[in-house]
Design a binder for this molecule. Structure first.
Ligand SMILES: Cc1cc2nc3c(=O)[nH]c(=O)nc-3n(C[C@H](O)[C@H](O)[C@H](O)COP(=O)(O)O)c2cc1C
Length: 389
């Protein structure tokens, strides 16, 4: 087993083991990728305050997210097609998250279906909903998530229309992979991935095939997916979904204080400050940069979570100290999954926990729940002076 000391180690192995098309699908942002890059680099602008001679025994990273206990407030973000990054990926990632004591969020666009994951894990997981034009399908998805005893609904609001990632178009991304000469050549060096894939029957979008009207096979699936996201999604539909779900609701993809206020008014249990990992609106600010303004607007009304750009425990510490109650990792866990399956997801979480724990101690704090702005050195102009009108 290779020595894993940082998330970058997992990414290196992942790159060698998974077909280029799926690596590129994960490791890109939309258009110029400015937002994708700044999501991570903006964390570097924040520094930490070293404190000494503080008793650092009995430390804990335990906390809660929407009232549910977590061993560390870092959940796994919904990632579409996780089951193409490694065979049965959603089940493996969910098991790793549960064993670690945190939450896994299953994407609408997952390979393993809601029912399949529920059958193969021991504890409830969260379900992420994309709103589709086919309202009956949306209602059925909510019912299926309820029947599978999902313990929160994560409603994604920042993907009514798809941002463009150049590489997906150039690679001709398809699920499953088409046996073109370029793909076959690439696959010849990714034999472990191919062997694992051959052994599983799970190779397409499990929540959709056989459930959405007119989607019974793979060719109908591809055209359905491209046209199906609901461009007419609005706050009235969000309210209707909250009513239908009638359980813990997390609104994901909030990047503006005004939208955060709307989300709080709707009665969400939490919001996720997120720009979809830089995959949607290129040129948008990074999540960590907008976090303070959102906390100012709604911090006392709704639980605020953050994702996009987290690659280390220090990034987590910065988001928590800034005021977020929880965080999510997307790519960081996918690197682990593609590198080493379930063990790799566990390794990603362990790397992050160690970095978080040691950094917290060196900042003179013993519990993540005690972190506050006092441990951070934030440049005066961090939020930037942006004119919106
Ligand atoms: C390959 C990939 C697929 C994704 N699919 C979904 C999805 O199906 N639903 C969703 O709400 N967000 C999706 N996201 C966004 C993640 O939930 C999360 O917001 C993002 O990955 C966080 O940024 P990070 O990857 O820098 O941690 C996806 C992200 C990636 C990288």
């Amino acid at each position: 087993m290779p020595v894993i000391t940082e998330i970058e180690d997992l990414k290196r192995i992942y790159r060698h083991r998974v077909p280029k098309m799926f690596y590129d699908y994960c490791e890109s942002g939309s258009w110029t990728e400015q937002t994708f890059r700044e999501n991570s680099s903006d964390f570097d602008d924040i520094r930490l305050r070293q404190r000494v001679a503080v008793d650092m025994t009995g430390r804990s990273t335990e906390s809660t997210m929407i009232g549910q206990d977590v061993s560390m407030p870092v959940a796994l973000a919904p990632v579409g097609s996780t089951g193409m990054q490694w065979a049965d990926g959603e089940i493996l990632a969910c098991r790793a998250a549960h064993a670690f004591g945190t939450q896994f969020t299953l994407s609408t666009m997952s390979v393993c279906s809601i029912e399949d994951v529920a059958e193969h894990v021991d504890k409830p997981f969260w379900f992420q909903l994309y709103v589709m034009r086919d309202w009956d399908f949306v209602v059925r998805l909510i019912e299926r998530a309820k029947a599978a005893k999902c313990s929160a609904l994560v409603l994604t609001l920042d993907l009514q229309i798809l941002g463009q990632r150049h590489r997906d178009h150039k690679n001709g991304l398809t699920i499953p992979l088409k046996p073109t000469p370029a793909n076959l050549l690439d696959l010849s060096t990714k034999w472990a991935w191919g062997m694992a894939m051959m052994k599983t029957p799970r190779r397409s979008f499990g929540n959709i095939v056989g459930h959405a009207k007119g989607v019974s096979n793979l060719s109908s699936l591809m055209s359905w997916t491209a046209e199906s996201f609901d461009p007419a999604l609005d706050w009235e539909k969000v309210k209707e979904i909250k009513r239908l779900w009638d359980g813990p609701l997390i609104l994901k993809g909030i990047l503006d204080a005004e939208d955060a206020k709307m989300a709080a008014d709707v009665g969400a249990d939490a919001i996720v400050v997120s720009n979809h990992g830089g995959r949607q609106l290129d040129g948008a600010l990074s999540s960590i940069r907008v976090l303070p303004s959102i906390l100012d607007a709604v911090g006392d009304k709704v639980e605020v979570h953050l994702d996009s750009g987290i690659r280390s425990g220090q990034d987590v510490l910065k988001a928590l100290a800034m005021g977020a109650k929880g965080t999510y990792i997307g790519r960081a866990f996918v690197y682990g999954l593609g590198a080493m399956g379930q063990k790799g997801v566990t390794a990603a979480l362990e790397v992050i926990r160690k970095e978080l724990d040691v950094s917290m101690a060196l900042c003179g704090r013993r519990r993540v729940t005690d972190l506050d702005r006092d441990v951070l050195l934030v440049p005066e102009d961090f939020e930037g002076r942006w004119q919106s009108a």
